[in-house]
Design a protein around this ligand. Structure first.
Ligand code: SF4
Ligand code: SF4
Length: 660
């Protein structure tokens, strides 16, 4: 390094935040004695416009080629000051920050001790600043196409929002239909006033326009019955492999006349109606769900698993339109995308874990099962009949699998109002029924929720408070069902509905592995920051929408999906992205041991053959500059730009030396 080092130091009082505990003038005086320091100032707010001007003037008038600001955390204002020095013509990486607030004034009461510590911190920064080198940012191009994983309500909204802004979208859905779990609800809350006279709140009315927005948008490519098999690359430049399973029916040709299903000899429980009715091996996933087409379930179809149709498939003969193609094969397709929205939804809590609630009894069902039972597209055409009877006494039990002392400690957020909606539905269908709700709290916090809860109370639903730790039990004796709860008379019930909570999708760990995401303690995908970045993940360019991030209702899922779409479009709208420069790199002393590959949690390092030797190669677009690989590297080959060994050792020596 031949140029003469000329360092300027600016000490900030941050009002009384620093000034009350640190004698900033004394720190500034001390800085004047440090090697290479040629100019020092202290001021009230260095981040303010006058403060920044002082830095710019210092650079110009005193020929500074390094700047140190002693103030707050770099997380707070490093970008501000880097921009300031760049404005004055200095490379932004020739700037260094000493944190004398969070690391000093905020944690000390003794002004003398605080001042001494601040002096040491400035010494470290000056020592490092002398060794800083200019770095240049690099840019990569952006593929202006998005991938949305999951075509439930959140995924559909994210896809249409992105497409409406003019970008192509691949929308991938594991099921052969769109809409996710909401598509199977009887009605969607909040219920509108017209509910007395029409079915305006059922998914068919509400979701069909959403489906059509997807289907009619030429920018959206819908991949049904599909999963994302692999994802490589980095923000702006991902490559995804989409694997599509065959449905054996040509959607263009199928007129959903149903002739095939009439002749199909295979009958199995319909999982979409929770086994409350049967379906054939060739079936229509739902009457109201689009795109409409029959599909063949090859896990039970006797053509595939051996049986009556092995040689002469009945459905093929019955289909007048030649829509059935039993030779259809799995397909894979590679797509290039710049950003990814994950909207994979949730699973329902499995109530068999609560033996005391006797879920296996045919008249003890879950809230999602009640939805199908009460839906006019359901197994009873919307008549409230179960196990051959019309239930005259119905008990709802809240918080099943939520707010547990051990297990799912979180509140599932939607069950209280879901229960109120279903209690209301029982009274709509059977006005003389007696309805009791066993609740722990009623959390009706959404718009219109409290009012609806009051309405349900006025309708005569008997809300019975129970303590979460009370051993509420369902007892069954010769088909007599009773709910037993401390503090209340036993409630004889014809039907018990368990308000099961929302749990993470069973394949969340697999998605985490694909996208390098993290899971929160509750098993849902972890956002980059719960308050400040609730849509982002730690993987640049990957955003979260809907219940995959945590339980939420449809309105909140839609809002978050629009947010995720906006964040995704922020990337798609750029011609190029600037890559971070504080990245790791390895030199020729690498021994190819692979230790760094294992410890890098961002998958940024690969071993490659270079000049006949196996060496670690860092993908700088994926590297976050966390430094883990550098600490783990046994040969010292791995280094990090802007945090070289030399710079860090200089800081240690400065502090070990005890000051100027
Ligand atoms: S018979 Fe053919 S057209 Fe009719 S529903 Fe079956 S697959 Fe579709
Ligand atoms: S091949 Fe036979 S079993 Fe399979 S869907 Fe067609 S009719 Fe049903």
């Amino acid at each position: 390094m031949s140029e003469k080092i000329r360092i300027g130091v600016f000490v900030c009082h941050c009002g009384l935040n620093i000034g009350a505990t640190v004698d900033c003038a004394a720190v500034a005086e001390h800085a004047k004695k440090l090697p290479h320091v040629v100019y020092v100032e202290h001021n009230m707010y260095t981040c303010s416009e006058p403060g920044q001007l002082q830095i710019k003037n210092g650079i110009r008038e005193h020929d500074l080629n390094r700047v140190v600001v002693a103030s707050c955390s770099p997380r707070m204002h490093e970008p501000t000051f880097r921009a300031t020095v760049a404005d004055a013509g200095l490379n932004p990486f020739l700037f260094e920050m000493a944190n004398i607030r969070e690391h000093c004034s905020w944690i000390h009461k003794d002004k003398e001790a605080g001042t001494e510590k601040a002096k040491r911190l400035v010494e470290l920064s000056v020592a490092r600043a002398a060794l800083l080198e200019p770095l240049d940012s690099r840019e990569v191009g952006v593929t202006n196409t998005a991938l949305v994983i999951g075509a439930g309500v959140a995924g559909m909204r994210a896809a249409t929002d992105i497409a409406d802004r003019g970008y192509d979208v691949h929308l991938v859905e594991r099921e052969p239909y769109m809409g996710g779990k909401a598509a199977w609800f009887s009605k969607m809350f909040p219920l509108r006033k017209c509910e007395e006279t029409c079915v305006g709140d059922c998914p068919h009315c509400l979701l069909v326009p959403e489906f059509e927005e997807v289907l009619d948008n030429p920018r959206i490519t819908l991949h049904l019955n599909s999963e994302v098999a692999s994802i490589d690359g980095y923000v702006g430049n991902f490559k995804a492999t989409i694997r599509t399973q065959p449905i054996y029916v040509d959607r263009e040709k199928c007129t959903y006349c149903g002739e095939c299903t009439e002749v199909c000899p295979v009958s199995v429980p319909d999982e979409r109606n929770y086994g409350m009715q049967k379906r054939k091996a060739i079936y229509l996933p739902s009457t109201g769900i689009v795109p409409r087409s029959y599909v063949i379930d090859d896990t039970v179809c006797s053509h595939f698993v051996g049986g009556k149709c092995a040689k002469k498939p009945s459905c093929v003969k019955a289909c007048k339109f030649g829509a059935i193609d039993l030779k259809e094969k799995e397909r894979t397709q590679e797509v290039d995308v710049g950003t990814i929205v994950v909207a994979t939804g949730f699973d329902n809590y499995d109530p068999t874990k609560k033996e005391e609630l006797h879920y296996k009894h045919p008249r003890v069902i879950t809230a999602p099962e009640y939805e199908r039972l009460s839906a006019y597209t359901g197994p009873t055409d919307g008549k409230l009949v179960i196990d051959g009877i019309e239930p005259k006494r119905v008990a709802f039990i809240s918080c099943v699998g939520s707010r547990e002392k051990e297990g799912n400690e979180y509140c599932s957020r939607v069950c209280c109002i879901f229960t109120a909606k279903q209690a209301h539905s029982v009274l709509k269908k059977l006005p003389d029924a007696k309805v009791a709700v066993y609740y722990t709290d009623v959390r009706a916090f959404g718009k219109g929720h409290e009012e609806f809860y009051q309405k349900v109370l006025d309708e005569g639903v008997d809300y019975r408070l129970r303590e979460l730790e009370d051993p509420l039990k369902v007892t069954i004796n010769n088909d007599n069902i009773k709910v037993r709860c401390k503090g209340h008379k036993d409630f004889k019930a014809d039907l018990v509905v368990l308000a099961t909570g929302l749990v993470p999708q069973h394949d969340s760990p697999e998605i985490c592995r694909l996208l390098n995401l993290s899971l929160s303690g509750d098993g849902f995908f972890m956002e980059a920051h719960p308050k400040l970045r609730p849509i982002d993940t730690f993987t640049d360019g990957v955003f979260l929408a809907g219940c995959c991030q945590g339980p939420k209702d449809i309105a909140d899922s839609m809002a978050q999906a629009s947010g995720a779409a906006a964040r995704a479009c922020g990337i798609l709208s750029k011609m190029a992205l600037t890559l971070g420069v504080e990245t790791a790199f390895s030199d020729e002393t690498c021994i190819g041991c692979g230790t760094c590959v294992v410890v890098c949690q961002f998958g940024a390092i690969t071993l490659e053959e270079i000049d006949g030797e196996l060496r670690a190669v860092v993908n700088e677009a994926l590297c976050k500059g966390c430094g883990t690989c550098i600490a783990a590297c046994p040969s010292g080959a791995m280094q990090q730009r802007h945090y070289t060994d030399e710079q860090i050792l200089a800081m240690i020596e400065a502090v070990a030396g005890g000051g100027a």
